[in-house]
Design a binder for this molecule. Structure first.
Ligand code: CA
Length: 233
């Protein structure tokens, strides 16, 4: 498979240059945009496979760019934010971004995120076709029709909420899901009380998964942001 075409949206010339130099060195094809309007135009006309999007743009907010792209495409979007833009980062994830990088980031970090997203591209393409009846990630398997989850072939005894949480993470495997997104999907609302419940349910779910020996870390915590199910090899 050819290396994916990446749209780099970044108005800071030096950061833009740094990213494109890294991409070029590692054989990625890329396009660049210095503002939101050009980003949306380039995304619609060239259909890149991945978008690297800075959140602080001169004309529109990065979040608006995500909403526009999401109106017609599921192309993976990795947002790049400054440490002071934590709120924007969460808003971006809620608007449909897949992942984020915090400035300053290392070359290795950027390349690792791109590799992770690239591995998921075939899955993302298939998502449009329809829901599969089961989900497999390493030793973890969910049989949606039966409403059961298994690890190494052994059934995980989950409560209904733990099962719903696991399915939500699985259906969005690879994506960072914010607390708000998860709470709205599981409970239909989100308040401070729910975030405490969410932490408790997530802890018990993890404990059940981790009680199996040699179980890899399936669920990643993003402090102050949310959770992600990691695709294990
Ligand atoms: Ca910027």
């Amino acid at each position: 498979m050819n290396k994916p075409l990446i749209l780099v949206v970044e108005d800071d010339k030096s950061v833009n240059h740094l990213i494109t130099t890294i991409l070029k060195t590692h054989g990625y094809r890329y396009l660049t945009a210095m503002n939101g309007a050009t980003a949306v135009l380039e995304a619609s006309s060239h259909n890149p496979e991945i978008v690297l999007l800075d959140l602080g743009l001169p004309d529109t907010s990065g979040v608006d760019v995500i909403r526009k792209i999401r109106s017609w495409s599921n192309m993976p979007i990795i947002v790049i934010s400054a440490r002071t833009e934590d709120k924007d980062k969460i808003e971006a994830l809620d608007a449909g971004a897949d992942d984020y990088l915090t400035k300053p980031f290392s070359v290795d970090e950027l390349l690792a995120r791109l590799r992770a997203i690239t591995r998921r591209l075939p899955v993302l393409m298939n998502q449009a076709v329809g829901e599969n009846s089961s989900f497999v990630n390493g030793a973890l398997r969910i049989d949606y029709a039966a409403g059961c989850a298994y690890l190494d072939g052994e059934e995980l005894h989950l409560t209904p909420i733990e099962y719903k949480l696991l399915c939500l993470l699985a259906k969005n495997a690879g994506r960072v899901l914010t607390h708000t997104f998860i709470m709205q999907n599981i409970w239909g609302n989100s308040s401070a009380d729910d975030i405490t419940s969410l932490r408790v349910f997530m802890a018990t779910l993890r404990k059940k998964i981790n009680s199996f020996k040699d179980s890899p870390q399936y669920i990643q915590t993003h402090v102050g942001v949310g959770y992600r199910m990691v695709k294990v090899e």
